[in-house]
Design a protein around this ligand. Structure first.
Ligand code: AMP
Ligand code: MG
Length: 402
């Protein structure tokens, strides 16, 4: 049986970049940037005031204080969006608003609260240092600087930065379409008859949501019955998408016919078991150019297998820099043991206090107990060879919330 690491390497080696498309800035949130964004301008464009106050020459107020106000002559004003044509002289101050360019001759801005207005002059009640309250040109962004790198997933502040440098459209990775196929005679859709032994197709909806969260476009294909004929029919539809993801029917039960059906469609299987828990049965292969993931049916297994393998695969197809879930080191708050020589992913609660993470695994770790996974914000990585992790040990935890 191959390890989680080997399985991931095998999968990633087979994933190809899908392609580039241009989108307008208002459509760019969450997309993976497919170019380096280089600024063609300085921001701010000119030295400007960080405060509403007065631009002046620091030397003029070096002895100023509440008991020793210094009088400066008002030499005009400048508001944001305008430039003053005055060059400030010794003994003068210029009224200045936040964001307005600092006039020539001035070397600092004193905040309004440290002054008193007196006719056509002001009294400065405090000293000011050279450069005080001045935001320098290019302080945020300078000409020629790469502000966002290719492969970055765009957050709201990235969108802000793209606007700062004047980009109204950008190149992003195309989103792969991903077929989601559920299997099983016991599975019914949400409007179906879920009486008796039947259950709703929770995996289909969860996987669709995971695909969307990973950046892909889910294509919901409903449920195939546990017959080769119905499975093949559905897989043929699924092959119209860039990637195929199924759940269930991939284990060793009498009606686990996913592998046999894929075989008949010409699947080139890379592996179908991974040394992990929850999970283990997980088929990965290719039909023509299409990667096919046969995930296990148990809801937690399906969820975790997706996060470990399908998410990184989709992100590789989009050229993302961060493929896997982010991982941190955390201090374990209780001892856990295992017997099986498999890597365990345990649903867990991760919290941070004073810069240190602590992690507590959920009580229920059953592969059918979706509630534990739902309430978890992390997956504790319990290494393959390790039988016991002790209270207080430093362990690796994958973060489920980005
Ligand atoms: P299987 O891998 O097909 O043997 O399924 C393992 C377990 O997962 C069984 O208890 C199934 O009922 C359950 N299961 C399979 N597919 C789904 C699904 N789409 N939604 C919810 N549970 C499922
Ligand atoms: Mg089944």
């Amino acid at each position: 049986m191959i390890t989680v690491g080997e399985a991931l390497d095998t999968i990633l080696a087979k994933m190809q970049f899908k392609g580039i498309e241009r989108v307008s800035l208002d459509q760019a949130l969450g997309r993976i940037l497919a170019e380096d964004v280089v600024s063609g301008r300085n921001n701010p464009p000119l030295d400007n005031s960080a405060m509403d106050g007065y631009a002046l020459i620091a030397e003029d107020v070096k002895d100023a204080g509440p008991e020793n106000p210094v009088r400066l002559k008002l030499a005009g004003e400048v508001a944001a969006g305008y430039e003053s044509d005055r060059t400030l002289q010794r003994g003068e101050a210029l009224r200045i608003m936040t964001g307005a360019p600092v006039p020539k001759g001035a070397d600092c801005v004193i905040m309004q609260e440290d002054t008193e207005k007196d006719g056509d002059s002001i009294l400065c009640l405090d000293r000011a240092e050279v450069g005080e309250n001045i935001r320098l040109a290019g302080e945020d962004v300078s000409v020629g600087e790469t502000v966002i790198e290719q492969g970055t997933q765009l957050s709201p502040s990235h969108i802000g930065m793209l606007a700062v440098v004047g980009r109204s459209s950008i190149a992003v990775a195309q989103r792969p379409t991903v077929a989601v196929l559920s299997t099983g005679d016991e599975i019914v859709d949400l409007d179906g008859d879920a009486t008796g032994p039947r259950i709703y197709n929770s995996n289909g909806y969860m996987l669709s949501a995971q695909i969307r969260a990973a950046g892909g476009i889910p294509v919901y294909l409903g449920i195939a019955q546990d017959t080769e004929e119905d499975l093949m029919k559905h897989f043929e539809w699924a092959l119209k998408c860039d990637v195929v993801v199924s759940s269930g029917g991939v284990s060793v039960g009498d009606y686990d016919l996913v592998k046999a059906s894929l075989d008949k469609l010409g699947n080139e299987m890379s592996f179908w078991k991974v040394a992990m828990k929850p999970g283990k049965p997980l088929a990965f292969g290719r039909i023509g150019p299409r990667p096919v993931f046969g995930l296990p049916g148990n809801p937690v297994s399906s969820f975790v297998s997706f996060e470990q393998f399908v998410r990184p695969a989709l992100r590789k197809m989009m050229g993302a820099r961060q493929l896997t879930l982010k991982q941190v080191q955390a201090r374990l708050t209780k001892t856990v043991t295992k017997k099986t020589p498999r890597l365990h992913f345990m649903s867990a609660q991760l919290s941070s206090n004073n810069g240190e993470y602590t992690v507590t695994p959920a009580k229920e770790q059953g592969s059918g107990v979706l509630k534990s996974a739902m309430n978890a914000n992390g997956l504790l990585v319990f290494p393959l060879e390790t039988g016991e992790l002790k209270n207080g040990d430093t362990v690796s935890v994958q973060m489920l919330e980005s």
